[in-house]
Design a protein around this ligand. Structure first.
Ligand code: NAP
Ligand code: G3P
Length: 484
């Protein structure tokens, strides 16, 4: 079990310079469970003045950390992964309570993060430099050799979202650390306790004091000060497009890695395998109640096969278990009532504009039942906005060109799926889609985590994915040897 990071059973502290500390303001944020409103715990509401301590501590610690060998840094990350694996049940229980993710998915998030961290530890050893001779360029003969290494950026600010508070925090912290950076980690407030457990894991694994500092507090209160802080050398952010765009305006001239919102389209052609397509779409649209950036958030189906597809999708939706995450239900309460209100707004707008409700439009507080609409048209908000909830619009199109146009007219550009039996056609359409990734005959999804994960337009900037993140959190450093 963890060394105590609580003042008493449910007050959590922040990690500063190797110690667990409370805010001097005495202010704390109560974290209530979206499942039943019960108190999960209280986290510190650190003030702007206290932010300085977290950043300066990270800055002080970074040089010695970077001077450790890659093997030493990688060994600590392997050890952290082993400790995370040891604590998987405890942390999964917290995820269930804190973000209403069902137990199976919570355990899966932790297990995936263990794999992520082991892979990152090894990949860090393979992100190396190169040497370049001068004679490949006119006029310099063989007199110069450039020795190019990768060096850390300094202090990385890691900010993560509520829907993967363990995995999407480690997906920043681990690459940053293996590259030799120190990290100021700001978890989502709803997910902060899960995030602090992760910080404790790294701490116990031997990450030196100050190399990882974990600060809690409302993003709207300390976010700008953190993002604009002169001691921050790089920001890795995952969250909404609204906040991501705001960060891009506040941050100084530093590298940003932004993974933002999405409105992933599943394009279904006439020759698609309808049964397997339906399974992929339902899983893609309704896992974790649709609270995934890569969720399937619209279906663009050739009209001729739309009825067949809907007939295959409906029974699968009706099989989804709705309720409490401790009962391993598929559809569980959304993260907040406000989130459910927003989903309800999109549902009502679609109904008011004559979309055909096939199932759903049922709600108990922040529990929204899986909802499917047919005949959604481009005048409806649901066609364009990201619900981050269990609601799926079917948009009928006459041909693939109309599907490509609607897909590309979105402000988002995270992923798309194409369902077809014709691989040439899939590549032809993929080349026209303005997204980071196109999945062929599969739901949209981020994993496996060594794949590049890219968002364009309002879906982000830069490339996540283990090697890509390590590269984004380091830079080239050239030393040129001049021969006599
Ligand atoms: P969010 O509201 O944008 O919050 C994300 C993180 O940013 C949280 O830690 C939040 O802290 C912090 N934050 C808020 N305002 C900030 C500011 N002014 N400066 C710095 N940080 C600030 O997103 P969310 O509700 O957690 O997640 C849902 C959204 O994230 C959806 O749009 C989803 O599509 C997107 N998302 C994208 C990906 C991806 O990989 N592309 C993955 C997951 C989620 P607080 O919690 O204290 O507000
Ligand atoms: O919303 C989280 C985003 O990173 C998607 O991850 O693995 O559910 O596709 P995944």
């Amino acid at each position: 079990m963890f060394k105590c990071i609580f003042k008493d059973q449910n007050i959590y502290k922040c990690l500063l310079n190797g110690a667990w500390v409370e805010s001097k303001s005495g202010k704390r944020e109560k974290i209530f469970s979206p499942v039943d409103g019960s108190l999960v715990g209280e986290v510190q509401s650190m003030t702007k003045e206290e932010v300085d301590n977290f950043v300066s501590s990270a800055k002080r610690a970074q040089k010695d950390w970077a001077n450790k060998t890659l093997n030493e840094r990688a060994d600590i990350i392997h050890r952290a992964a082993d400790i995370l694996d040891r604590e998987k049940e405890v942390i999964a229980e917290i995820l269930v309570k804190e973000i209403a993710k069902n137990k199976k998915s919570s355990l899966s998030e932790v297990a995936r993060t263990v794999d992520f961290m082991h892979f990152t530890a090894e990949e860090g050893k393979r992100v190396v430099g190169e040497s370049i001779a001068s004679d490949s360029f006119p006029g310099f003969g063989k007199k110069k050799i450039s020795i190019v290494n990768r060096v850390p950026l300094g202090v990385v600010l890691a900010i993560s979202p509520f829907n993967y508070p363990v995995n999407l925090s480690a997906s920043k912290i681990a690459p940053a650390l293996v590259a030799g950076n120190s990290v100021v980690f700001k978890p989502p407030t709803q997910g902060a306790i899960s995030g602090l457990y992760l910080a404790q894991v790294f701490c116990e694994a031997g990450v030196p004091a100050g190399v990882l500092n974990a600060i809690t507090g409302q993003g709207r209160e300390i976010g700008d000060y953190l993002v604009g802080h002169p001691g921050i050398n790089m920001i890795a952010f995952t969250g909404s497009s609204k906040v991501g765009m705001h960060i891009s305006k506040v941050a100084g001239m530093i590298p940003l890695l932004l993974e933002l919102g999405g409105k992933d389209a599943a394009i279904v052609l006439e020759d698609a395998d309808i049964e397997s397509t339906a399974k992929e779409i339902v899983s893609g649209a309704f896992s974790y109640s649709g609270q995934r950036c890569t969720a399937v958030k619209r279906v663009l189906v050739i009209d001729k096969v739309a009825d067949k597809l809907i007939s295959a999708i409906l029974p699968l939706i009706n099989k989804l278990k709705v309720g409490n995450p401790t009962n391993d239900c598929d559809i569980t309460p959304l993260i907040s009532n406000e989130a459910a209100d927003y989903v309800q707004e999109l549902i009502e707008d679609a109904i008011n504009k004559n979309a055909k409700l096939l199932v759903g439009n049922k709600r108990q507080n922040n529990l929204v039942y899986p909802t499917l609409f047919d005949n959604v048209t481009v005048d409806m908000r649901l066609a364009w906005e990201e619900p981050f909830g269990p609601v799926l619009p079917i948009m009928r199109v006459k041909d693939e060109n109309e599907a490509i146009k609607i897909a590309n007219d979105s402000e988002y550009g995270l992923q798309s799926s194409i369902f077809t039996s014709d691989i040439d056609k899939a590549f032809e359409i993929s080349a026209q889609l303005e997204v980071g990734t196109v999945q062929v005959n599969s739901k949209t999804e981020r994993g496996p985590d060594h794949f590049p994960f890219i968002g364009v337009k309002s879906s982000g900037m830069g490339t996540q994915g283990i090697r890509y993140s390590i590269e984004a959190m380091s830079r080239s450093k050239a030393t040129v040897i001049n021969l006599k």
